[in-house]
Design a protein around this ligand. Structure first.
Ligand SMILES: *[C@@H]1O[C@H](CO)[C@@H](O)[C@H](O)[C@H]1NC(C)=O
Ligand SMILES: *[C@@H]1O[C@H](CO)[C@@H](O)[C@H](O)[C@H]1NC(C)=O
Length: 465
């Protein structure tokens, strides 16, 4: 392993592919196998976690957690899941609050009945360095991290991860994620396709992104109408929020440290009317009373769309669980340069203006390259509302000349409507998830699982029950 790690990745991979038959597929990953997570119920699948060094010289390492499929893992695809932020943890948010096999409850873990590892081998990556258990030994590595660096590191991570898990090398691979992962997922997929031109390594079968940031202005400015149509702001405030200062202008000014008095005035009125006691990630959600204080800290002064929030009660349980020494030991996790695991990084200094870089054009390139894309939206989210995503997908379909192959219609989960969907050219799909928050698998786990299963199978969502 150490020899392989010293070589440039591409060379190492070729070497590996040539000698694959000599490598016992379990040897390299054995050290990362999780015997048992503290408090977990008995399960029939394997779990692995640990580090992949993405830069030997600068000592930067990314932490992953793999929950293999509950049944027949060998015949199921590999799915990478990424949370956004930027700077929030796919382990804490994705695995332990959304679609992983367990949820922390007090001192134990309870089984998630709608875990995505029923359908796939789920790989959760804490990225970039400085997030969760991922680290760099030089704190300067946390400065100026941007989309480019993150995408490159994620690519190197996957290349090297396959050295540990050669049994997954040619497996169908899907990349999924939500929120700011609307940047990470397409950007990584694009690098994989470029890499594949020289070394056919990634068997990329599709991407799915939930409530994703794909185009700054369209995504952020759909907030005003969402607030207004859901009764969160008054008519005059809606007018101000769409004329004097729209939300993209506010965020743009905010990140440049130049908030105009007009925007200050408009945003202050918007904040008063929407109230800090309504969860902007699910406008129908009750706030968790004991955690109201921590939630209001989130709301101010940082504009709330930047931090990836989950239900604060769940978050508290996850924070407690992942900060236990015995849990960290079982996960082979280390805290480097920080004393506490946190949901969203306190050390990472991300290039916030990258939020303005569009990724919808990259999504278009992926579709052109034949990669199926699903954009889905929890319809109770006001942070990245469904209307912005729907507009962007429609516009892209028009640009690519894709005709509607599934007309806008309801889809079913069980006997109830799970949401609405439309598919273009049998390759670009949009779906809403009814009653779901920004974190779809957390708030509508059963519907999310139906959506996930159809996506993996390349099928349209169920038309009837
Ligand atoms: C990789 O998978 C494809 C199907 O996705 C299959 O056709 C091909 O033979 C596989 N290659 C190897 C080396 O297993
Ligand atoms: C938002 O405001 C900016 C700056 O005033 C403007 O250029 C842009 O067209 C506005 N967008 C929308 C959707 O109103």
């Amino acid at each position: 392993m150490s020899l392989l790690q010293c070589l440039p990745v591409a060379t190492a991979l070729i070497l590996l592919l040539q000698t694959l038959s000599l490598v016992s597929s379990t040897v390299l990953s054995r050290a990362d196998r999780i015997t048992r997570l503290p408090g977990q119920p008995r399960v029939g699948f394997q779990q692995y976690s640990g580090y992949v060094t993405v830069d030997e010289k600068q000592q930067r390492a990314l932490f992953y957690y793999l929950a293999e499929a509950e049944t027949k893992p060998i015949s199921k695809p590999l799915v990478l899941w990424l949370n956004g932020g930027p700077g929030c943890s796919s382990l804490g948010v994705g695995a332990f609050s959304e679609n992983g096999p367990f949820r922390p409850k007090g001192s134990v873990l309870v089984k998630n009945q709608h875990s995505w590892n029923q359908e796939a081998n789920m790989l959760y990556l804490e990225t970039p360095v400085g997030v969760g258990f991922s680290y760099a030994t030089e704190s300067s590595s946390y400065e100026g991290v941007n989309d480019k660096i993150t995408a490159k590191d994620n690519l190197v991570f996957l290349q090297k991860w396959f050295l540990k898990f050669p049994q997954y090398l040619n497996r169908s691979l899907f990349i999924t994620g939500e929120s700011y992962a609307g940047h990470y997922v397409p950007q990584l997929a694009q690098l994989m396709i470029q890499y594949n031109k020289k070394h056919n390594l990634f068997n990329l079968k599709g991407i799915a992104i939930g409530n994703p940031v794909m185009e700054f202005s369209t995504d952020f400015n759909s907030r005003a109408e969402y607030f207004w149509s859901h009764g969160l702001i008054s008519d005059p405030t809606y007018k101000m929020f769409t004329s004097y200062c729209n939300y993209s202008r506010y965020v743009s000014e905010y990140y440049r440290g130049t908030v105009s008095s007009m925007c200050t005035k408009v945003m202050s009125q918007v904040s008063i009317e929407t109230s800090r006691f309504v969860d902007k990630y699910d406008v129908t959600l009750d706030v968790c009373i004991p955690s109201v204080l921590s939630q209001s800290k989130r709301v101010n002064p940082q504009p709330q769309q930047m931090g990836e929030a989950v239900d604060v009660c769940v978050e508290d349980e996850t924070v407690n669980y992942l900060n236990r020494r015995d849990v960290q030991k079982a996960l082979h996790a280390r805290l480097v340069g920080t004393r506490k695991w946190s949901v969203c990084s306190n050390v990472l200094d991300y290039e916030v203006l990258d939020v303005e870089v569009p990724t919808i054009n990259i999504v278009g390139r992926l579709v052109k390259a034949g990669v199926p894309v699903l954009v889905y939206s929890g319809d109770q989210d006001s942070v990245i509302p469904l209307t912005g995503s729907r507009t962007l997908v429609k516009r892209l379909a028009d640009e690519l000349g894709l005709r509607t192959t599934v007309p806008y219609r309801v889809w079913f989960a069980g006997q109830q409507v799970g949401g609405w969907t439309q598919v273009y050219g049998n390759i670009l799909a949009f779906a809403t998830v009814r009653g779901a928050a920004h974190e779809v698998p957390f708030s509508q786990p059963a519907r999310a699982l139906v959506l996930f299963k159809a996506f993996l199978g390349g099928r349209p969502l169920p038309e009837e029950f």
